[in-house]
Design a binder for this molecule. Structure first.
Ligand code: V47
Ligand code: SF4
Length: 374
């Protein structure tokens, strides 16, 4: 059945017909049109449209990688209201701080295993500076040169580079020379300054976040982008957030993928805010797929969303599930995700994908295809 056949079965509201016809012709939609989709489109229509875009790019292919995380510390000088993970610098009862040797020990646990990526992200510890992280990266590279090092949110980078009194270009170049290859997408939250003032007032702002990713792209590094949704932000805020990302992507082309992150409300200063429903998750993912026409990949990060909901999102525009993880991250288990010990074997992740009629494809960090599990 073609897209037009499917659409002829839908009762499409008049307001949405011009948008549907634009999407069919693979034309870019405007901010107002994205807002109309948020307001008027039901999940059936969103699924058909987002799936059309996804399948015209990748068919049934669904990407994953074999990776693990290192979280150097959960001590953090910042105080984001949604964070369940950080322990304030002066109140460190259950905080951890890993030495370079301890982190290298984690890397060595994977000797002989076919992992391709280490994802390094954590709190912002005042004593873990740029030189410390360059040394860590060099030590990992020396031990295992084939492992792609994806590390540090713009929040961590902004802090360590400013503290080293270097320009962004100098700081990022130093990290690149040490062996850092790409940046994860964290720290973006919601760019609107009014929302940021309420949920993460003291860390890098939107312009700073975008400048760091732009600098990375100019140095030839790739990066991801996230959006923390489902708290106090409006649909307009989400679209404004994605607009800033779409504009930067037009300029640099350096983003690999977009990752909507669902706000989880356990054990943080925003616990009074209920978590949004699966319908809202579907809208966030499907509309991201339709609006961000210049982002190749849309990732459902299963440790946060839960594996079944991540699997469901494969019908709403998602083409990537991130990785096997091996129970190496605590950010989401501490925030209340049902995935308390996030780990999937390659067989499990492939089963999740094939169960909904898709084809698992192992990728590396920059989406080179390594193996098709047909
Ligand atoms: O910036 C923190 C989020 C992010 C909560 O690039 C929360 O491949 C929901 O960015 N509820 C860090 N979200 C993690 C991150 C990430 C994860 C996986 C893959 C990639 C990638 C990036 O986690 C933070 C923040 O937005 N976060 N607390 C919470 N309670
Ligand atoms: Fe620190 Fe990141 Fe938590 Fe904010 S989200 S308090 S920057 S660890």
């Amino acid at each position: 059945m073609s897209l037009s056949d499917y659409l002829s079965l839908q009762n499409i509201p008049e307001t949405l017909k011009p948008i549907v016809s634009k999407l069919e012709k693979k034309e870019r939609i405007t901010d107002d049109e994205a807002l109309l989709l948020y307001r008027d489109a039901d999940v059936n229509l969103l699924g058909i449209l987002a799936n059309f875009v996804r399948e015209s790019r990748f068919g049934n292919k669904t990407f994953f990688n074999r990776n693990f995380h290192i979280e150097p510390t959960n001590v953090c000088v910042f105080s984001c209201a949604f964070c369940s993970y950080s322990r304030l610098y002066k109140n460190r009862e259950d905080g951890w701080e890993l030495s370079i040797d301890q982190m290298l020990h984690i890397v060595k646990k994977y000797d002989g295993q076919p992992v391709t990526e280490v994802h390094i992200v954590g709190g912002v510890h005042p004593k873990m500076d740029l030189d410390f992280f360059c040394e860590l990266i060099r030590a990992i590279r020396a031990h295992r040169p084939d492992l792609h090092i994806k590390g540090f949110t713009a929040v961590e980078l902004d802090y360590m580079i400013r503290k080293a009194k270097l320009s962004l270009q100098e700081g990022m170049q130093k990290l690149k020379d040490a062996g850092l290859q790409s940046l994860p997408g964290g720290g973006a939250e919601i760019f609107n300054p009014e929302i940021r003032a309420k949920i993460c007032e003291d860390k890098v702002d939107a312009d700073g976040w975008l400048a760091i990713h732009k600098t990375a792209h100019q140095l030839g590094m790739h990066s991801n982008a996230t959006m923390l949704y489902g708290h106090i932000e409006s649909y307009e805020d989400r679209i404004d957030h994605m607009k800033r990302l779409r504009d930067l992507q037009d300029e640099t082309g350096g983003f690999n993928c977009f990752i909507p992150l669902k706000f989880r409300n356990q054990d943080n200063d925003m616990s009074n805010i209920p978590e949004v429903s699966i319908i809202e998750d579907i809208k966030a993912y499907a509309i991201a797929r339709l609006y961000l026409d210049n982002f190749a990949h849309l990732k459902a990060y299963w440790p946060m969303l839960g594996r079944q909901n991540a699997q469901l999102m494969l019908s709403y525009g998602v083409d990537d599930l991130d990785g096997t993880i091996d129970d190496s991250t605590k950010i989401y288990s501490m925030a209340g995700s049902e995935e308390q010990t996030p780990s999937m074997s390659t067989d499990e992740i492939c089963d999740l994908i094939t169960a909904v009629g898709r084809i698992p494809v192992e990728r590396d960090t920059v989406y080179n295809e390594l193996e098709v599990f047909a």
